[in-house]
Design a protein. Structure first.
Length: 318
């Protein structure tokens, strides 16, 4: 018993040391991370010019959090962001302890060359998605929304509240030369007649692409994910863990194309009396996002990570 206790204390000491040195400790099941465990912190170079400065790092986190802090407060929740600019960890995390809900952002992620300002904002949104995204969850009693669900929430809900009225900045994304035609055409068609929404849709898709490119780097792939090559995987059961880079890009894009109206004051399916992983919880989520079973032809959760529980969801639209 003494030996086991000694080993535990040694491991705890290592975890603390890693955290203090900027190396994220991924052992806690209560901590939900945006990216898979990686060693990209070893490539961090604070002196290198990055897309995001420390000032913008702080501003972006504050801008996103300012939308959701009052929403949390209405539920009696203390929502807090910890900004660790000097930490080289290439990741972001979310955790809960009672009525305190935390989002932690690391400078190592913001300094990555693949990450744009909009991409970084979507990471903050992803972490908030663990708290507010609702169905689908990690499990029947787990507080956190699954990884794919948090990605979907980032573009389907969070980014729309964040950028929906930012017409001046959104206008910069109208007819960008670097926008893939498939993105421009899809955004124009879905948000037909709404020039601001069309531009916002492109902006969101490109932000998601920057994150998918980073994910590709983590996976050691040379070719970045592409809007033209959606993931053809069809899962037999909803995956709660991190999807592959292409699948995540598909999810970001799907959220941008969903026209259903999200209710900012609702966490769909959370603590549902029949179980937050039940078909009834899934039906609750149908009120606030796009599902093929409700007739949506675009904007629904991709089959590369999501499998509906209701029989009507068993047809995979692609």
């Amino acid at each position: 018993m003494k030996t086991m206790m000694l080993v535990f204390l040694m491991l705890a000491g290592v975890a603390r040391a890693q955290s203090n040195q900027g190396f994220a400790f991924y052992g806690s099941p209560q901590m939900k991370w945006t990216l898979p465990a990686n060693n990209l912190h070893m490539q961090d170079n604070p002196s290198r010019v990055a897309n995001i400065t420390e000032q913008r790092f702080n501003q972006i986190v504050d801008e996103v959090m300012s939308i959701w802090i009052p929403v949390a407060a209405q539920k009696g929740i203390n929502l807090t962001a910890t900004k660790r600019w000097s930490d080289p960890t290439v990741n972001a995390s979310a955790s809960q302890s009672g009525k305190t809900w935390l989002v932690t952002m690391y400078g190592g992620l913001a300094r990555r060359p693949e990450v744009t300002e909009d991409g970084f904002a979507l990471v903050v949104c992803h972490e908030l998605g663990h708290h507010f995204g609702g169905y689908s969850f990690y499990g029947r009693t787990d507080w956190a929304s699954a990884e794919g669900e948090s990605d979907y929430f980032a573009t389907n809900a969070c980014a729309k509240y964040l950028w929906g009225k930012d017409m001046q900045r959104n206008s910069l994304y109208k007819r960008l030369r670097q926008t893939p035609p498939i993105v421009q055409q899809a955004c124009d068609a879905v948000w037909n007649g709404n020039a601001n929404a069309q531009a916002w849709c492109v902006r969101t898709a490109l932000g998601g692409h920057s994150l998918a490119t980073l994910l590709s780097a983590i996976g050691g792939r040379r070719a970045a994910p592409s809007f033209e090559t959606p993931d053809k995987t069809v899962v037999n059961k909803t995956s709660v863990s991190h999807p592959q880079a292409q699948c995540r890009l598909d999810t970001y894009f799907a959220g941008a194309l969903c026209v259903s109206k999200w209710d900012i004051n609702t966490i769909p399916g959370k603590a549902h009396p029949k179980g937050q992983d039940s078909p009834d919880a899934e039906k609750e989520a149908m009120k606030y996002s796009c599902f093929a079973a409700t007739g949506a032809k675009v904007g629904y959760r991709p089959a590369c990570w999501f499998k509906g529980l209701n029989s009507a969801f068993n047809v995979n639209y692609r």
